[in-house]
Design a protein around this ligand. Structure first.
Ligand code: PNS
Length: 186
């Protein structure tokens, strides 16, 4: 039976989708879309970790995600530090959503899911699979490919590609086929 508020209305279900999002990719967007088909609201929670050295500052990551979800009032963007389960409880979420791309993700995700459950059994972890076309996609690979001049257009939201260009001070990478043709002619 669905949880109800004191006035008898069904409680809106809230899921937290946590991560580093450095930067957000189309794979993340895919999982968030799937989250929205199951939960009323999804809060994207960016971990603030002073020990990590991200490419994008927390503020930049918040902005980029807000831009990707402009007009979608069922998605919120927030930051957190400390334990994820404490954050989830604080904002009233009973579910943590994580994406599972491949078997290689499984061990880490399983450990994390079980530890979170031990820390707070009221919070359930739900794993979702992205479209197969995103099963190899990660923020780390996007940064590497872009830095080496490869195209990332179909892998990240337009605003992310724009910010990558600003960060690295480069123009948009050309499609590989066109670059090869030009090299042959030269
Ligand atoms: O995008 P990422 O880097 O895979 O996200 C990892 C994240 C942020 C979900 C994880 O590092 C996390 O939840 N950190 C918060 C600290 C915490 O709760 N640790 C105990 C969980 S096992």
């Amino acid at each position: 039976m669905p949880a109800r508020n004191r006035d008898g209305h069904r409680k809106r279900s809230l899921a937290v989708f946590p991560g580093s999002f450095d930067p957000i990719t189309n794979g993340h967007l895919d999982i968030i879309g799937r989250g929205l088909s199951v939960f009323d609201q999804v809060t994207i929670a960016i971990l603030v970790n002073p020990e990590k050295h991200p490419l994008f500052t927390v503020e930049e990551r918040v902005d980029l995600i807000r831009e990707a979800f402009r007009g979608e009032d069922r998605v919120q963007v927030d930051t957190f530090s400390g334990l994820l389960v404490d954050y989830a409880e604080r904002v009233g979420a009973s579910v943590i959503v994580r994406g599972l791309r491949a078997i290689s993700d499984f061990e880490y995700e399983f450990q994390m899911g079980l530890m979170n459950r031990r820390l707070n059994p009221r919070i359930e972890t739900v794993f979702m699979m992205p479209a197969e076309s995103y099963s190899y996609l990660s923020s780390r690979l996007v940064k590497e490919v872009f830095q080496l001049g490869g195209p990332v257009r179909d892998l990240v939201p337009a605003a992310v590609e724009r910010r990558l260009r600003e960060k690295y001070g480069t123009s948009a990478p050309q499609p590989v086929a066109r670059r090869r043709a030009r090299t042959r002619r030269a």
